[in-house]
Structure formats: structure tokens, C-alpha cells
Design a protein around this ligand. Structure first.
Ligand code: ATP
Ligand code: MG
Length: 267
């Protein structure tokens, strides 16, 4: 991965999102990165770093303050509807209709995405079989375990067969067994279905196993980009965990100092 012949399916161009009255909260700040066709890309960073905001920008859920991004030759500022058609999103805290069965929920989501009924039926059957939930398809989602719900949400995210799939913390809140199940599923989608996958996570073993390349973001800024081996080499560390702490640790120290300065000013 990472060679010039690969097509950049996602390219952010100084992508920025600021919050607060004077834009003082720089959730995403001048982000420039590329994700290549067919790869699994991981965006890592501490809590509040800007991962979810980046994903929401790339899925046209929110609009950037500055900059833009190109997703499969489409501009997120101009081609919102088309971008939504070619992307699937597993959100950080998605809603699920507990009173529907898995079959009904997927039919509903397919209709939302204008999947023709003829195609939709076969696709739902394929997905339920792939996710080992076919036998439970007529049971209400309220009776599903967390891992099963997560699988249904991933199925819903790809019901319109998008080439690009965004997964925001796909395994957090899952027990190790369910996490393993979801991880295998993501692997299948990347390897067998040929999807380009963009994952946000801070669960490093999952990132290590799934991702071809990663970016590390802190306080809205991209502070490292490359393969895991490259990032480990750059930091002179031995593991991704040590590299992550080495890269993001410096910023945390500064944060701490800023807090002490503020306190000094305030007192
Ligand atoms: N709607 C909003 N209004 C105000 N501030 C926001 C909003 N959305 C995000 N932020 C701020 O932007 C920053 C980045 O948040 P974001 O949710 O993107 O982080 P994250 O990397 O996904 O964190 P986590 O690992 O905790 O999920 C945070 O400081 C957050 O408080
Ligand atoms: Mg988040």
C-alpha cells in the first residue's frame, strides 16, 4: 500500500471544523490526508481529538468551517447527495428501532437509501447469512445482544452497497468475543467485498490487525501518518501503543501546562 499508482478515494484539503462563539474549539484543524482505494485506514487519537467530527464531515452530516474534501471525485461541499450514496456510516452512537425485527429494520434502511425492492430482498438475505443472523431475522431487535445489534447496524450501513464504509468506534462497548466477531466481519468486508474502510478507534490491537495505514490526530491536527511500521520507526519505539503515547504524550503535557497557566491567571 501507499504507492503512487493507488487512487486516492478520499482526499481532505485543509479540512477544518471550528466550534464555539469565536471558533475557539478547533475540532478539526487544517486536516490533509488521503485514503487509497481498497485500503483500510485507521484514524486514531485521544478522546476529543476530532475523529468523529472528521467522519461526520466526510459523510456530509455537518459542513466544514474551512477547506473541503473530495470523496470519489465528489466534493463534500457541492455533491452532498451523491457523497451519501457512495458512503456507509456506522455512527458512534447510532439509533436502532428496537420494536422492529432485523429483517424489518434492514428493509426500512434499504428503502431510505432507495435500494430497489428486487435487489433489496436478496441483499438482506445475503447480509443476514454473512453475519450469522439469518435464523434470528424475524426476532425483535430489543432481544438482540449488543454484538448482534452492532452487526445489524453494520449491515444497515452497507445496505446500499457503498464502496466506502466509515466505522466510528465499531468495537467499543463490546465484550472481547463480540469485538472479535465484528473485527472478523470488517476483515471480510475489506478482503472479500473489496470495500475501502475508514475506522476511528483507540483500541490499538484492532487497529493493528485491520489497518493498512493509520493517521494520528490530536487536538484536531494530524500529527502522524503512515503504515504502523513507519510510525513505530519514526518514533523509535517498539509497539504501536508506545508510539501512540510518544506522539500524543507531548501534546498532553502542553495541555497540562496550559491548564496550570490558566489557573495562575485566574487566581
Ligand atoms: N456539536 C459540537 N459542538 C461543540 N463542540 C463540539 C461539537 N462536536 C464536537 N465538538 C468538540 O470537538 C472536539 C472533537 O470532538 P470529536 O467528537 O470529534 O472527538 P473524538 O476524537 O471523536 O473523541 P472520542 O474519542 O471521545 O470519540 C471536542 O473538543 C468536542 O467537544
Ligand atoms: Mg468520537
Amino acid at each position: 500500500m501507499g504507492n503512487n499508482l493507488l487512487k486516492a478515494l478520499i482526499r481532505t484539503e485543509s479540512l477544518s471544523k471550528y466550534y464555539g462563539k469565536g471558533g475557539e474549539i478547533k475540532a478539526v484543524d487544517e486536516l490533509n490526508l488521503e485514503v487509497y482505494e481498497g485500503e483500510t485506514f485507521g484514524l486514531l487519537g485521544p478522546n476529543g481529538a476530532g475523529k468523529t467530527t472528521t467522519v461526520r464531515l466526510l459523510n456530509c452530516i455537518i459542513k466544514p468551517t474551512n477547506g473541503t474534501a473530495i470523496v470519489n471525485d465528489l466534493d463534500i461541499l457541492k455533491d452532498e447527495t451523491e457523497v451519501k450514496r457512495i458512503t456507509g456510516l456506522l455512527a458512534e452512537s447510532p439509533g436502532l428501532y428496537e420494536k422492529l425485527s432485523a429483517q424489518e429494520f434492514l428493509e426500512f434502511m434499504g428503502a431510505l437509501y432507495d435500494v430497489p425492492p428486487k435487489i433489496l430482498h436478496g441483499r438482506i438475505e445475503d447480509l443476514l447469512k454473512l453475519f450469522s443472523l439469518y435464523d434470528r431475522r424475524d426476532h425483535l431487535l430489543e432481544g438482540y445482544s449488543r454484538g448482534m445489534k452492532q452487526k445489524i447496524l453494520i449491515a444497515a450501513a452497507i445496505i446500499h452497497d457503498p464502496p466506502i464504509l466509515f466505522l466510528d468506534e465499531p468495537t467499543s462497548m463490546l465484550d472481547p468475543r463480540a469485538a472479535l466477531m465484528v473485527k472478523d466481519l470488517i476483515k471480510t468486508l475489506a478482503d472479500k467485498a473489496g470495500k475501502t474502510i475508514f475506522i476511528c478507534s483507540h483500541i490499538l490491537p484492532i487497529v493493528e490487525e485491520l489497518c493498512d495505514r493509520i493517521g494520528i490526530i490530536s487536538q484536531g491536527r494530524l500529527i502522524a501518518l503512515g503504515t504502523i511500521a513507519e510510525i513505530i520507526a519514526q518514533t523509535g519505539t517498539k509497539t504501536l501503543e508506545d508510539a501512540f503515547i510518544a506522539i500524543t504524550g507531548g501534546v498532553q503535557e502542553k495541555e497540562l501546562l496550559a491548564w496550570r497557566e490558566q489557573k495562575a491567571v485566574g487566581s
